[in-house]
Design a protein around this ligand. Structure first.
Ligand SMILES: C[S@@+](CC[C@H](N)C(=O)[O-])C[C@H]1O[C@@H](n2cnc3c(N)ncnc32)[C@H](O)[C@@H]1O
Length: 311
């Protein structure tokens, strides 16, 4: 089927599929640690063995949520809360030895799954915050409110964790520009408007989910935005640090880590998604742009396009 002209969804041609298939690193073939910056095809229960202990600075967890979801050839079935907690714990405990003392763990979930995750996470890690990400796309319901946010738990292994709040400031339009003695108070006047740099809070309303006209979009049903990963990675890692994502899907964390000069390991069970991740990584060799993050600053949604139109 022909794509609409503005549809930038990443797809794979037959020749790309065979090219990337030849390059796949399969966990069943690994004998020792996987090379750094690898995408590993396999199950987290087996693949984690090929990641060295005490090596990871940031563990990003975006597992299937506790609801029915079909991921290409694997379907996730909704379980009882206790069963989901047990499942989460069964692989989390395999990953914890990979973490450095200074490391951070972020876990994505919806409101229902959040409860099960909190219980397990707080047994092993220090929980510092819960980020609420407003994601406005969701199915409307006749008998309930539409789900329009997700949680991201922010946890650390010890109090020695790394956090760089100045790397993730948000550039906001100033609605009521306050002046003292004629000079702007905590904002900057520019030819394209008045803006203020503010510290990132735990309510994120500036990030949209990838959609068909965005160059990062794929057919993965629950792909996370690069802008979201960029915030987490910049807040909690330095250049060259190591990011581990054991449920990598279309590879957003690996791609964003690469764009920001971090190292990574990513594990994914579905070959189809892994191939897409491989293509995205190759694209990131040339294009290091992260939509919504420019000049080292996270722009409030729609202000960047407004600014570009004016130029
Ligand atoms: C919520 S999605 C992750 C999406 C990803 N963050 C992205 O941006 O594309 C969860 C992924 O985990 C994968 N998965 C499910 N069970 C797995 C397992 N046991 N080991 C490794 N990956 C698994 C699914 O195929 C799915 O792609």
């Amino acid at each position: 089927m022909k794509k609409a002209p503005r549809n930038r969804t990443i797809t794979l041609s037959k020749s790309e599929i065979s090219k990337y298939k030849n390059l796949i690193i399969r966990s069943e073939d690994l004998k020792s640690f996987a090379p750094v910056n690898s995408l590993i095809l396999g199950d987290v229960y087996h693949s984690h063995k090929f990641i060295p202990d005490n090596s990871v600075d940031l563990l990003f967890l975006d597992p299937p949520y506790n609801l029915y979801k079909k991921f290409h050839n694997v379907s996730f079935i909704k379980r009882k809360d206790e069963d989901y907690s047990q499942w989460f714990e069964s692989w989390l405990t395999l990953l914890l030895p990979k973490l450095k003392e200074t490391s951070t763990v972020y876990v994505c979930c919806d409101w229902q799954t959040s409860v099960s995750i909190y219980r397990v996470l707080s047994k092993y890690l220090i929980i510092l915050n819960r980020i609420t990400w407003e994601r406005e796309k969701g199915r409307g319901a006749k008998n309930n409110f539409k789900n329009s946010h997700e949680d991201i738990w922010f946890a650390v292994k010890s109090r020695k964790y790394y956090f760089n709040s100045s790397a993730v400031k948000l550039k906001r339009k100033v609605i009521a520009p306050y002046r003292i003695n004629g000079s702007p108070k905590d904002w900057e006047a520019g030819s394209d408007g008045n803006f203020r740099l503010t510290h990132a809070g735990n309510l994120w309303t500036d990030i949209s989910i990838p959609f068909w006209s965005m160059p990062e979009n794929t057919i993965h049903p629950t792909q996370k935005p690069e802008k979201l990963l960029a915030k987490l990675i910049l807040a909690s890692t330095k250049e060259n640090d190591l990011v581990l994502d054991p449920f990598a899907g279309s590879g957003t964390s690996a791609v964003t880590a690469k764009k920001l000069n971090r190292r990574f390991y990513a594990i994914e069970i579905s070959e189809e998604y892994l191939l897409l991740a491989m293509k995205r990584l190759e694209m990131a060799e040339i294009d290091k742009n992260i939509q919504g993050f420019e000049d080292g600053v996270f722009w409030e949604r729609n202000t960047l396009s407004f600014r570009k139109k004016k130029n």
